[in-house]
Each structure stands twice: as structure tokens, then as C-alpha cells.
Design a protein around this ligand. Sequence first.
Ligand code: PGA
Length: 251
Amino acid sequence: MRKNIVAGNWKMNTTVPEGVELAKAVLEASAKVPAEVGLVIATPFTHLCPVAAVVAGTRVELSAENCADKEKGAYTGEVSAAMIKSAGCQYTILGHSERRQYYGETDEKLVEKTKLALANGLKVILCVGENLEEREAGKHFAVVEAQTKNVLSQFTAEDMASIVIAYEPVWAIGTGKTATADQAEEIHAYIRGLLKDMFGAKVADDTTILYGGSCKPSNAAELFAKSDIDGGLIGGASLKAEDFIGIALSF
Ligand code: PGA
């Protein structure tokens, strides 16, 4: 059966000392969260090693926010999947809408990044989601289907054991405008249906699908009560340990 996960995406926030303090606060507060709920924090690259030292050997898992689409070599400024793994990460986020929108992340690049992440023993949180224009034009199912299939068609049922999907409608990210639980559930169920067509019922049942976009302690319970919503990818609210853990207590 699939795992419930709450993952914090710190984005480009906090200095290293602030991040270490935040990780410590999350770790301390995590004692309240039932053991079966997965807790992941995704930090900037600079924070991975010191935060790994804080959470190593605990229930809190560590994630990067991105990784390179090349294995190694002359790619100035890039950080490889092997580096991320060696810094102590279990996960990397890939395909966040901010990377797609501002840094030209394409589905083709995401295939390469996902391959390298999996080859280096990292699990992937693959983000998909439509923007406002696409939703208003009624294209949200088609957009999410294309993003999901373009990447996952290059992977096997076995690979799916290391892939978590995050549905993040772009219009709900950082805007305070959450998708309603019904709107989110409708897409989550649709994604699970796609997984069933691609990989069979077992993979569809076993894959964790997170919701992201203005998720907070006050709305998490309603979202997580839906049968196809298995947790959240949390931006703004993950910067306060109390809010992040409050969300993790909402299952
Ligand atoms: P938000 O971000 O919770 O601040 O809306 C979610 C995300 O982008 O992962």
C-alpha cells in the first residue's frame, strides 16, 4: 500500500544557519507525527550537507530541489545526482513548475534527470500541473496527462517504486488560492488512472501522489481526506516547523 508523505520545499529561502535551525525544529516537532507518515525536507544545495548532519539516522528524509541532466564534467554551476546522493539525500524534486517556467525545464530534460536520479539511488518527486490559462481553457487534464506520460513512459513499473508524483496547479502555488479538495482529487484520480493504464493496477495503487499549492494546516485535513491524495508538497508553510508539522498531523 502506498505511503503518506509530507514534503517541505524550502525553495530559495533561508541562509545555511537558518536552514540548520529550521531542520532542528522540524526534527524536534516530528516526534508528534505518527511513524507511518513520511517526512521529507527539500533544501537548497548549499544546505544539504549541514542539514544531512542534523537529520541523518532520523525519520526525517532529505531531498534536493533539482539535479543536473548530465552525469558529470564541464557543466559549470550544475549539481549532479551523484553529488546529491553523496551529500546524504534520499530524494530529489524534479520538474517543479518554477523550474519549468523560469529555467526552461522540458519533459525531455526531466527524463534525463529522472534517469540519473534513479541510477544514483535517489527517489524522485516529479511535479506536474497546469497553469491558470490552461485551467481556464479546460485543458488541465490534457496538460497533466502529457507531462505525466512524456516522462513516465520512459520508465518501468519497477522504477515507479522510486517515484512520487506531486500535482501542483501553478495557479495555486504561493498564491494563497488552494485548489478545492474536489478539484485536487479529480486530477489525482485521473493521474492514478493514467498510472493504471501505463503500469497496471498495483503500481497505480502503490504510487504516492502529493498535492501542492497553498497547502497549510487549516486546509490539509480536507485535502488529505480524499482517497487519492496521499500527502502534500509544501512550500511557504514548510518554512515554519510548527506549520509543517501541523500539516503532517492532518491525516
Ligand atoms: P506553496 O508552494 O505551498 O508555497 O504554494 C508549493 C510548491 O511550490 O511546492
